[in-house]
Write a protein that binds this ligand. Structure first.
Ligand SMILES: Cc1cc2nc3c(=O)[nH]c(=O)nc-3n(C[C@H](O)[C@H](O)[C@H](O)COP(=O)(O)OP(=O)(O)OC[C@H]3O[C@@H](n4cnc5c(N)ncnc54)[C@H](O)[C@@H]3O)c2cc1C
Length: 432
């Protein structure tokens, strides 16, 4: 038996399970691996929780990150149902809520994020709900089935998907957001306006430029009082106002934390025994000036893969162009890049129709793109943004110019996409 206590992964979800899989299968690591999770479930995919799983079209088994037998087959120990409550990095030991003590040589912290809570009077009434985990999604599906008047607070990606789901259940649906359009911070007003139109077209009452003053009701929610004085009837309120990273364990262990666990571009934290990955990590990204924390499915996968190499002392640099997908009203929206600075937007194709693409440019260089129902496009858009070269605006706007032709030279048309392809090829299965 190995004297090496091995690797403990705290957070048995997408980033953590991906790292464990990569350690065993990609790198042949044969030391002990323990996955610690506070939830009772095997690692599962979250995107379907606001899509197919919520609507009842995705089966529970389709949520699995890895086949259930994988863990036993690969000798990965699961410690589920009890959170890690204390982490001693110098002694190299983690304690769980059930009293278990686990020694380690290295620890991967992949504790994810939790919903930001609404801080208004009435926020604790029955009928005010949040969505982060599988149990939340199951309870929300029951509530949506029984509801009539649903108010979604927040018109970000999650709020937009929840509004679409609520309409699918046939509920009268209102979305409230203080900003001028849905996804305003990401898309700006012009393209955000197209997302607004999609909501209108599907019968959603969009209250933009307004906020929640209070949630009204005696025991359970009855209405929303807005800042501008409107009263909106509601028997179900779903809050989607962002997430905050689960950094408490890391902070108490003395790691540097600032809006996420701070890491370098290889996911190394401020302690040599600890690596952080996924939604909880705010990492120094090779493409961006400031450290970024990215709450995207593909970021968690890429972080899991990169964390495995860093844990084995062969660090990979994180420099991927971020990628997010969303399914709303039966359409798939894919967004690449990060909402940074832009001075121009160029569009191609029918507004908000299949194949429609918007490019955000900074001094002629595409820095982000959104595409709708455009199978296979994300890979090319990602490569285009990755080149960080100016692109011809006429070609960007021309639907007859194939996306690969937008890349500046032949070499760029064959980008090194091995890791990216692996991620994108898995994405369709979790987009539903
Ligand atoms: C409803 C929903 C829909 C989404 N839809 C999309 C989408 O359409 N497209 C997209 O790109 N991304 C989407 N995402 C984001 C994506 O799912 C996340 O980025 C991804 O799950 C992050 O993975 P992670 O492993 O870093 O963290 P998580 O998936 O949050 O997992 C962290 C795990 O650690 C556990 N944990 C926390 N503290 C402890 C502790 N002390 N001890 C033990 N365990 C602990 C948590 O309970 C959790 O199980 C969605 C997320 C949600 C919630």
């Amino acid at each position: 038996m190995s004297a090496d206590p091995g690797i403990v992964v705290i957070g048995a979800s997408l980033a953590g399970a991906t790292a464990a899989q990569a350690l065993r299968l990609d790198h042949g690591y044969d030391g002990p691996i323990t996955l610690v999770g506070d939830e009772p479930h095997l690692p599962y995919q979250r995107p379907a929780l606001s899509k197919g799983y919520l609507l009842g079209t995705t089966a529970p088994g389709d949520l699995d990150v890895l086949k259930p037998q994988f863990y036993a087959d690969q000798d990965i120990t699961l410690a589920l149902g009890a959170p890690a409550t204390a982490l001693d990095l110098d002694v190299r030991r983690v304690r769980l809520a059930d009293g278990t003590e686990l020694p380690f040589t290295q620890v991967l912290i992949a504790t994810g994020a939790r919903p930001r809570r609404l801080q208004v009077p009435g926020a604790d009434l029955d009928g005010v709900r949040y969505l982060r985990n599988r149990d939340d999604s199951e309870h929300l599906a029951t509530a949506l089935r029984a509801a009539g008047d649903v108010v979604v607070i927040g018109a970000g990606w999650l709020g937009s998907e929840l509004a679409a789901a609520s309409r699918t259940f046939g509920n009268r649906t209102t979305v409230i957001d203080p900003l001028p359009t849905p996804l305003y911070h990401v898309l700006g007003d012009r393209i955000g306006g197209l997302v607004a139109r999609r909501h209108h077209d599907h019968g959603v009452n969009l209250l933009l430029g307004d906020g929640v003053e209070a949630i009204l009701g005696t025991r359970s929610v009855e209405a929303i009082q807005t800042i501008t004085g409107r009263t909106i009837p509601a028997d179900l309120v779903i809050v989607g106002v962002g997430a905050i990273p689960n950094t408490e364990l890391a902070q108490a262990a003395g790691l540097r934390v600032d809006g996420g666990i701070l890491t370098d571009e290889h996911l190394r934290t401020s302690h040599p025994a600890a690596v952080a990955a996924g939604d909880v990590a705010r990492h120094q990204h090779a493409r961006y000036l400031n450290p970024v924390r990215i709450e995207h499915w593909d970021n968690a996968v890429l972080h899991g893969l990169a964390a495995a190499t860093t844990l084995l002392g062969r660090p990979t640099t994180i420099d991927h162009v971020p990628y997010f997908f969303s399914t709303q009203y039966g359409s798939t929206l894919e967004y690449l890049g990060l909402p940074t600075i832009w001075d121009r937007i160029i569009t191609r194709g029918e507004h908000a129709g299949p194949g429609f693409t918007a490019f955000w440019l900074d001094r002629g260089i595409p820095v982000a793109a959104l595409t709708i129902d455009n199978r296979g496009a994300a890979e090319h858009l990602r490569a285009l943004i990755a080149t960080a070269h100016p692109a011809d605006p006429r070609q960007l706007a021309d639907p007859d110019t194939p996306l690969p032709d937008l890349l500046p030279d032949a070499q760029c048309r064959q980008p090194d996409v091995t890791m990216m392809k692996r991620v994108l090829s898995a994405a369709p299965a979790v987009r539903r």
